[in-house]
Design a protein around this ligand. Sequence first.
Ligand code: G3P
Length: 228
Amino acid sequence: MFVNKGPFIINLKNYLEISGEKALLLTREAEKVSHDLGVRIIVSPPQVLLGWVSKSTTLEVVAQHVDANQIGASTGFSIPEMVRDAGAIGSIINHSEHPVELTMIADILKRMRSLDLVSIVCAKNFVELKEISKLEPDYVAIEPPELIGTKRSISTEKPKLISESFQYLQSSALRTKLICGAGINAPEDVRIALDLGSSGILAASSIVKSDKWYEKIYELAVQFKDPK
Ligand code: G3P
C-alpha cells in the first residue's frame, strides 16, 4: 500500500556509476526501499537500458525523454509506442538537459495521452511552469537548472518557487500535480518540498553518486511517510 504523496523519481541520467548492469543493481536497491517503506518509487534509466530495466523490476519505470516522431521511419528517435512496449509507464519530457519546444511538448503529450502514458514535464522556472501547466500534463516538475547536480537544493535555496508553483496549480484548478527537483540530497530537502505542496521529488546525483544506494534512497524516501 502506497502513501498518498509521491512519486519519488530517481533519474539515473547517463552517469557512469549506473552504466550497464549497475543500473539494475541500483534499481534493485530502490525496489527494496519501496517494498520496505511502501513508498512509490519510479526509476528513469538511460534510454538504451529502458526495456531491460523495465522488464527486470517490479518498480515503475519512466523514460528520460520521448519524441513525437512517426511510427516506422524515424531512425534513432524514441517514440511513445516503443516506450510503452518496452514496459515503461511514461516519460520525463523537457528536462533542462534535453529541452523541447512548447509546441512539440503539446504534440508529445497528445500522443502519450492516447497511449495512457504518464507525463512528467520539467520546467526551469515559474514562467515556463505556467506555460506547461496549460497543457495539463500529469506532473510538472520544477527544477532550477543552476541547482541541478549541486548540493544546494531547490528546497533550501528557492522554497518560494515551490510554494508559488503549488499555489498556481491549485488556484488554476488544473489536474496537473507538482514535482520538484534539483540538488535534493538531504532528508530535510524532501520534507520541506513536500510541506510546501510538492507531491513528488526528482533526484539524481545524490543517489547515483552515493556509495550506499539503499541507505541514501531510504533516508530520502522515508520522508514520504506520514510522521503521525
Ligand atoms: O531530473 C532530476 C535532476 O535534474 C536533478 O538532478 O542531480 O540535482 O538531483 P540532481
